[in-house]
Design a binder for this molecule. Structure first.
Ligand code: UFG
Length: 344
């Protein structure tokens, strides 16, 4: 059984990926400092898969601690690196903290695995590296732009580091996955997105509003050049996203890579506006969401959706779940979590 180190494996995307990995017969070792997640995730993963991943509580900013942890899993086949801070607004207020956390963790992980001869790496990147694109849908050929936020810039810088590193070490194989807008939750309703404090992202804000945790969703602007004036995004089900990581891993396993660093968009290719999302939510939840249109949020771009053919051609992966299904699963998770906090 191939051992895979999943940094940030207790987080939202990391935990869904851990489940897919276990279900595809990989042995999962999670490195997480639990700064934005909970050890309870391990129980939730076990409840779904019957397997509790190996867990190391570790701060990857700490080089010595990282070396020490890696040393115990020298026999790992690959690392999937999710561990990072991810709140856009927060990163604008605390840029140094974001650069320190995201880049130190990234560098320490790469250096430690390289030293031990673990030569396969999958990176959790973001569509934010495209900035405000001129051409849609966005292909991987689109030029990257300096992202608006320090958070986004840590993704862009990390990709540039990976590019340099893989060029100088052609036996090191890396895949960077650029996520569009991950939403949704595992079909069991036992695992999902659990942001600390006030959510920054649309979907958890909607479900928390409907659950009575927040009063009202503020829709940030309806004067964008889109069909209804609200920004368009490519929402993708987190389980589809998790499955793409397994496909990327299989590509590394089979040594199918054509370049030392390969980059793939992970989206559905479909764009939906904020009002489309609210309508879908009302439909699947059979409620009426309380929302109000307000001013634009700094840094939001009008339209962002992926070209998906490269991932299909090279990874054999395609998103399967539609918007209503994504939203329904987010809502089921939110309700189950609120009703049954200690039991899931
Ligand atoms: N929105 C609201 N109200 C809210 C939250 C969001 O109207 O309370 C709107 C935003 O203005 C935007 C849309 O909902 O139009 C989606 O916003 P999110 O914050 O959910 O997602 P973003 O597209 O801004 O950001 C996401 C990820 C980032 C990543 C980026 C890449 O959260 O990590 O996609 O495109 F960098």
């Amino acid at each position: 059984m191939k051992k895979i180190i999943v940094t940030g494996g207790c987080g939202y995307i990391g935990s869904h990926t851990a489940i897919e990995l276990i279900e595809n017969d990989f042995e999962v070792v999670i490195f997480d400092d639990l700064s934005n997640s909970s050890e309870k995730t391990l129980e939730r993963i076990e409840k779904i898969t019957g397997v509790r991943p190996i867990f190391e509580k570790i701060d990857l900013k700490d080089e010595r601690a990282t070396e020490f942890a890696f040393d115990r899993y020298k026999d790992a086949f690959a690392v999937i690196h999710f561990a990072a801070l991810k709140a856009v607004g927060d990163s604008i207020e605390k840029p140094l903290e974001y650069y320190q956390n995201n880049l130190y963790s990234f560098l320490n992980t790469l250096m430690c695995q390289h030293k031990l001869g673990i030569h396969k790496f999958i990176f959790s990147s973001s569509a934010t590296v495209y900035g405000n694109p001129d051409v849609l849908p966005i292909t991987e050929e689109n030029k990257t732009q300096r992202p608006f936020s320090p958070y986004g810039n840590t993704k862009k810088i990390a990709e540039e580091i990976l590019d340099d590193f893989t060029k100088s070490n052609p036996n090191f194989a890396a895949i960077s996955l650029r996520y569009f807008n991950p939403i949704g939750a595992h079909e069991s309703g036992n695992i999902g997105e659990l942001p600390n404090g006030t959510p920054n992202n649309l979907m958890p804000y909607i479900t928390q509003t409907a659950a009575g945790v927040r009063k009202k969703l503020m829709v940030f602007g309806n004067d964008y050049p889109t069909k209804d004036g609200t920004p368009i995004r490519d929402y993708i089900h987190v389980v589809d996203l998790a499955k793409a990581h397994v496909k990327a891993l299989e590509r590394l396993l089979n040594q199918d890579q054509e370049q030392p660093l390969e980059i793939y968009n992970l989206g559905t290719g479909n764009g939906f506006s904020v009002l489309d999302v609210i309508q879908s939510f009302d439909r699947v939840s059979n409620t009426k969401l309380n929302y109000e249109i307000t001013g634009r949020r700094d840094g939001d771009v009008p339209k962002l959706y992926a070209a998906t053919n490269l991932a299909l051609e090279k990874l054999g992966w395609k998103a399967e779940k539609g918007l209503d299904e994504m939203i329904d699963s987010s809502w089921r998770w939110e309700q189950k979590y609120r009703n049954n906090k200690n039991d899931i």
